[in-house]
Design a binder for this molecule. Structure first.
Ligand code: FAD
Ligand code: SF4
Length: 328
């Protein structure tokens, strides 16, 4: 590990200013991703600004919905009564991730900013445009079994590996951030993560020095009929090959509105408006869910080693919708 300066910030403004002042500084929250990346020599910050004591861990009712502190632990978020009752999809997604020990350390802000699990990104002997722009993409012609089937570019075919963000996307969350000048802004979760395009080194639309302070969820119509399904190589402690955040608002057995968000298929959570349109106004039935799954995967463009994800994702969409609709 390379030497770095450690600073413990006393308030959100000071934290944002400290990181903004040094292009190679980063925030430190639970440390479960950034410290691993530093040990692997993938990330090389010269300064870490510890934000764990900023008092940004509160989870509270706000404006009909809920505001979740960026520094609240994943486990506290998943287990909070307001989340369990009104946003069970979020509880399921968080609990599907990592392990109990990790969730006790990991924060919500850090979770959104976790980096890809592409093996070439972690292997500093291999080319990787995300780690070192301009060096090439090892996965494009290499082993790309876990990689994207949607939205990739010839510069990067990596996926966003997290679970929580997929549920947040289905629940129309917004991310509240604060810059070094003290200015606050909100970013809809749909615009938070980016597709790789020509700049795969940028995972999100956050500016350097902007601190995530909270994640806000509006009142939800999906509390009764939602389900997070994660498909992975092992039953626990593994990242998704494909995941589905499915949510339905039902009226007399018909779908009033739906949300279908796929995880681990693109560089960001992948919402399928095609599937949602296919479901709107239709009966909640297995046949209609199958048609929605076909619509969701119609535009998929698998790579050499991940064509299996197309069929897997179709089946996962159907199963998640069946569970959401309480038909299975
Ligand atoms: C073995 C293992 C298995 C895992 N499995 C899963 C899984 O199945 N599903 C899943 O979703 N995740 C999984 N994870 C990832 C884990 O959830 C993340 O590492 C964790 O959520 C990151 O949170 P953290 O607080 O530790 O972030 P840190 O490691 O402290 O920070 C991560 C990044 O976020 C930045 N950051 C942190 N907080 C803020 C903030 N408030 N504002 C701006 N920037 C900030 C940091 O600068 C850093 O760049 C796994 C991790 C491990 C190690
Ligand atoms: S897919 Fe992206 S992260 Fe993986 S090697 Fe290519 S550029 Fe790097």
């Amino acid at each position: 590990m390379r030497p770095f300066k450690y600073v413990r910030a006393t308030d959100a403004g000071a934290a944002a200013r400290a990181v903004a002042a040094n292009p190679r500084a980063k925030f430190l929250a639970g440390g479960t991703n950034i410290l691993d990346l530093m040990k692997e020599d993938v990330e090389r910050p010269t300064e870490l600004v510890d934000v764990t004591r900023l008092g940004l861990a509160e989870i509270k009712a706000a404006g009909g919905g809920v505001s979740i502190g960026a520094l609240a632990k994943n486990s506290d978020t998943a287990n909070h009564p307001l989340i369990r009752k009104n946003y069970p999809l979020l509880t399921q997604a968080i609990v599907a991730g990592a392990s109990a020990q990790l969730r006790n350390m990991a924060t919500n802000g850090g979770n959104l900013l976790q980096r890809t699990r592409c093996q070439y990104f972690y292997d500093t002997a291999m080319p990787c445009n995300k780690r070192e722009p301009g060096t090439g993409c090892g996965a494009l012609e290499g082993l790309n079994r876990i990689h994207a089937i949607f939205g990739y570019s010839d510069k990067c075919v990596a996926t966003y590996p997290g679970d929580m963000a997929n549920a947040l996307y289905a629940l129309d969350a917004v991310v509240r951030v604060r810059g070094a000048s003290g200015r606050e802004r909100t970013i809809p979760i749909s615009e938070f993560h980016r597709l790789p395009g020509d700049t795969p080194e940028r995972d999100t639309n956050l500016q350097h020095g902007e601190l995530i302070t909270a994640i806000e969820l509006p009142k939800s119509d999906f509390a009764n009929n939602s389900y997070y399904l994660k498909v992975r190589d092992r039953a626990s402690y593994a990242f998704a090959l494909v995941s589905v955040a499915a949510a339905l608002q039902l009226e007399s057995g018909n779908v009033r509105q739906a949300r279908v968000v796929l995880g681990s298929v693109a560089h960001k959570p992948w919402r399928s408006v095609e599937a949602e349109r296919a479901l709107a106004g239709k009966a909640a039935s297995e046949e209609n869910f199958r048609q929605a799954a076909e619509a969701a995967l119609k535009g998929a463009k698998p790579l050499a080693h991940n064509a299996y994800k197309v069929e897997l994702a179709k089946r996962a969409v159907v199963r998640a919708l069946m569970r959401a609709g309480r038909l299975a």
